[in-house]
Structure formats: C-alpha cells, structure tokens
Design a protein around this ligand. Sequence first.
Ligand code: PEP
Ligand code: MG
Length: 555
Amino acid sequence: MTLINTETRFRGLPLSGGVVYAKVCLFNESRHRAIPLHKVSDREVGREKERVRKAVKVVREKLDLLIESVRAKVGAAEAEIFTAQKMILSDPALEKRIFDHIDSKNFNAEKAISSSLDFFESQILKMDNAYLKERASDIGEVKRRFLDALANLNPSFQCAGESFCRKGKDRVVIAEELTPSLTMELNTKYVRGFVTDRGGVASHAAILARGLKVPAVSGIANIHDMMFCGTDVLVDGNSGEVILWPTRQTLSQYPELKLPRGEFVKAIGPIPSLKVMANLNLAKNVREVTDQKAEGIGLYRTEFEFFAAGRLLDEEEQYQRYRSVLKATKGQAVYFRMLDIGGDKNAEFLKLPQERNPYLGFRGSRFLLGHRDLFRTQARALARASRHGRVHVMYPMVIDLEQFAQLQKAFLEETADIPAGEIKHGIMFEVPSACLDAEEFFKVIDFGSIGTNDLIQYVFAVDRDNEAVAYDHHPDRKIFWTLIRHVAHAARKHRKALSVCGELAGNPVYARKLIREGIRAVSVAPKMIPGLRMAIKNKPKLSGTKAQRLILKKV
Ligand code: PEP
Ligand code: MG
C-alpha cells in the first residue's frame, strides 16, 4: 500500500515567522516554460526514441536514490510511494504505447510520454475504485519526472505547466533556491509562504518572506521530490516544521489558520497546567505581550534593543526601556537577559575582532565579563529599573558555578550605590555543562530558564543557523529529554523557578512533553500564546496521542 497523503513532517531552518496551510507550487524558472510538444520528421524518430530510453534510465536511477533515502530518513512504508512510481515506469504497456506514438504518429518524446501517461491516468480516473483513483496521482508524478529528465532539469519540473498552475498565487512556493531572477517570474504579492532547499537567514527568500510577512523555511533537502503542485502543505515558520498532508488533528493545533491573513487569534487567559510567559525583543513591542495576557516576560532579549538602534545605548536609554516594560507588565516578573552578544548575535557596531569559531568564542557571559563597561551600564540601568517592578537578571551562556559567581558579584559591585528593588539572579540553561550541574546551580541561583535553541546546538554539535544541517537541529532524541528531566528535577528539589524559553516551547507537542518532564512554565513568542494555551487546554492529558507519537518519530 502506498502512503501518499499520509501526514509527513520535515524540519528545516525557520526563516520567517507565521503559519500557513495552502497548496504547493513547485517553482523554478525553467519549469514554467511551455513543454515542447510537437511532431518530428521521420529522420528524427530514432533520436526521440533514444531520448525516451535515456529519460527512463534517469528517472529510474533518481527513484532508486529517492527510495533509499526516504527509507532511511522517513520509513519503509513511505518509501513505497516511490516504489509504486518505479513500477509504473517499468510497465511494458507504457513503453509500448510511447514508442508506438513516436513510430506511428511522429510525436516527439515529450508529446509521446505526455499523451501516453495522460491516457493511462484518464483510464484509472474512470474506474469506480477510490483506491485506484488515488493512484492516478502517481502516474501524474511519473509524467512530471519524465518531462523533467527530458528537459535535463533538476527535479523541479513537476508542475507540468498546465492550466491549474497558479505561479505561486495563493500557494506556498517550493524551490531549490529562491533566486532574484526566480522571484521576477512570481507575483510575490500573492505568495502565501516559501520552502527552499537552500538559503540561510540572510538569503533572498528569507528577506523577501519577512518583508511580505509570510512564513518561510529552508534547508529541507529534496522536499520537492516528495510532492507535486497542488499538494497540501502546512508551513510553520516559527518552528521550521513543514508538514505535508497534515491531519485534521494537526491543523486544529494551529488556530491562527482559521483567520483571514493578517489577523491574530483572540487572546485567551491563563490555563492551569502551564504558566505561559512571553519572549520580548524590543520594549516598544510590549503591547503584544500584554494583549496576549502573558503571565510575565520569561525572556527579554535586551541585546535586540542595541541591534535595533545600531549602536550602544547609554544607561538612561536602557533604563527608560526597561522601566517601560516593567510598568506595562504591572508587577509581573520580567526576565531581563543581560546582553547576549556573539555567535549568531553579531553586534556589527562594536567592530569586534573576527573569530575563527564565534559560536565557541567570546560570547554570552564570557563577553559580559570581558566588557565590564558594557556590563556596568546595563547593570546600573537594571538596578534603577528594579524600583518599578520585579526584575529578574538572567545571564546568558553560563558555563559553570564560578562564572555565575563572578557575574553576580560584578552586578552587586557595579550597583552597590543604587537604591534598588528586589532583584533575582538566574541563568539560561543552554550550555550542556550547566545543565549537567543543575543540582549545584539551583543551590545558588534564584531561577533558571532552559534555552533550547542553543542547548540543542551545543548538545548535538549542530549549528542552529546552518540550513544544510537544520535536519539535525531538533529535540527528538531521548538523551535531550533526559537532560531536560535532570534540570527540572534539580529545580523542583530546590524549589526554584524553572521555565523553558527556546522555540520548541511554543509547539504544543513539545510543550506537552515538557509538562511530562516536570516543567510548569514556558516563555514563547507572543503570537504563539493563544494557540499553545488552546492546544494544552483542549488536550490536558499528559500522555501523547498516537498521532503525536508518529510525528515525533518522523520529524
Ligand atoms: C535559546 O538559546 O534557546 C534562547 C531562547 O535564546 P536565543 O534564541 O536568543 O539564543
Ligand atoms: Mg541562546
């Protein structure tokens, strides 16, 4: 049995936020040119037959590779989709019909193949058998692969340029790489999302998608081989997940899909099983947090204030921003992460020396301790702001107890003369050494927050921003959850607050898993709050459903 239409998940690199559910448009420059369907002279008949033979060989080899790779990466059952296509390709009746068309009607290879496969497809569609009717789409795919091989294209020639082709309009555009010339052919105004094989956060596709405010994901190698134009796809630009043929249950976890473009899900209030705080990058956006009824700010990435200004901010400028956030959140806890600079968070205006390996270099708390002037200014601004609300100072990338002690000491020294309110000191658990030592940490810190984006990067030695390895940047490995459980257990033992603020916390499937591991608080992007709360509230049971387990296996 082929499993085409079975929900299948891929994980890539999130380039532009938001969620969309639409049909696919496989796009590249060449594909939308007209297919050369014409007759040939008697002299050319032999050449056309040879082209068909070569194309059969190319398609067969391609399918063999695909079967192997899907079997290894997804599963044997899913690989059967392509085995079925290989069987169609090897059917002697098909070959006979194609050659007959060339010999007797002087059709060129494209015309002979198209008309032969169209014929078989129409015969199947006439049958009164739902299962066989579904197989007609396999024939359509074989045709597209044939035309692709004949055109000597990469395997994106699957739309066949027929009447249903909408050139990306109201569709999720899938391309190997979204080049500027490709976008010239698209009416990008009406594109609903992008998925590409290649392209990092600064790629053309990423910039374009963010500008258009549509979700985009990259780094999903050969995804276009698994589908064709018109396939249903859900693109989650927040988590980097791309889901083909999503089930109704999956769709129900994305309430924003029901809304017209640009509108957001209505806020819902707190739920009992999980405290949901918000991540904030800029003070000027704090309304998004309060509008969503977040229970505090679990991660305020203060470095973004500097990036937005394109320069360093002085103490007063920082104080104004921090105070405004505290005032807006009216007594709720705000976790101010002190400047997290370095690695993916490159502060160009600081003109720092180039490093060979910035992800393991002068960054996070190491950077803070090495730039006492910047540290002092921020610490003083925070101490002053603490008179207006509940300041939690969170240190990034802490590696050991000694580093934390140095940071806390430095903070207290730099702010000793300021009449401050109560300030709590905690760390981000995002370096494996800190997680392993959680027991000791919770004896001295006031709170902790697990930064899963970096934690996954460092636990599995996989760059969080490299689309070529994005398939490995995911939490679906037992050891990762063992680590989470370890940190959660240590926090409970010492009765200290612990939350999770990495991207995965916004995904209901993982949020439930976090709850199972003993986590009771998360911090997510404001627009993810209602969807998350709704999903957890509607399915409060802590055990995953069968469908969810399948998903976890596949991602
Ligand atoms: C993290 O690393 O998971 C995190 C929340 O922080 P950032 O993404 O800003 O590094
Ligand atoms: Mg981090």
